[in-house]
Design a protein around this ligand. Sequence first.
Ligand SMILES: [Zn+2]
Length: 337
Amino acid sequence: MIVQFPDFYPDELVYSLLARYYVRSGSPSHAHVAGTLFMRNSTHLETRFVCPYNPDAFAMITRNQTMEDVVLKHTMFPYYARFAEKDRRDKAFLSLVQMETQRYELLLIPKKKERLRARLRFCPICAKEDREKYGETYWHREHQIIDIGICPKHHCRLISREVRKCTLTPAEELAQEDTPILSDNGIERKVADYIAEVFRADIDFSSDIDSGKFLLSCLEYTKYLSARGQRRNISLLLSDFTDFYNGLPNNTLTKMWQFERIFIGKIRNVYEICLLALFLGIPASDLTGMKLPDQTQTEKFDSRVLQLHRQGISCAAITEQTKASYNTVFAIIRKSR
Ligand SMILES: [Zn+2]
């Protein structure tokens, strides 16, 4: 029987809630408490997402909110699915709501980062604040955003602790006696703030706007696109991007092909998309509520060329006015005939 089940704290992982319950329950052993919470005693304890809970535990976890809200507000789902294709995102969400742990491949979790799953991180300043406010600390989701090394709230270095497999370990046990080290790295702080803002924003499940197309639309009328908007100057983009992120400890976008893959929607990880969006000056709210312009730069360009042509202006003069090549202008006019 489950008694004294705690309530979620803001931004708390489900794992953390269960670990606090374990301590509160005064249960004689981990195996005993696992038997009251999980469908199978041997369940591998997923620290960042959900496990198959037994009906009593499920009822407790969802007593104040739906399982959908639990997945959205108390797991790392938004970090690993926000920019996934609509169909994939919907399936991943449903699989977590139904606690189907074998469906994790639907989430965009880079393989090399997987090895970090047995570790959880905390911010010593948040831990102190939690103890003052709640009398205990807990595992926060925002500290588990693997691509950033500082707390978005305090810009303090996060401290990593190993969590033993198949055990519920509360933050109160491991988040102890660490002196805060503040980051004075401006770009690192900016990136952490931006990513946290994106992470916190609601996900619009009805939207099927492609992140690549959206970012490409944000390149329009910049020096990174040709006059007609068809040719991308990725080499210049990479060079400016590298300067912008000089000093960032974890700049993962260093090759031209990576930018191409973002624009065609093959790279959809939150971190890489946020780095590019921040560089392009896109507000986090625009990125989380992506909208495409009614007409692309190319469509607008072609209409302008045809309009000038209809006014009887010569190809050479149109070329002069639009800064495109003669061949481009000629091809647009020929195609319209
Ligand atoms: Zn903090």
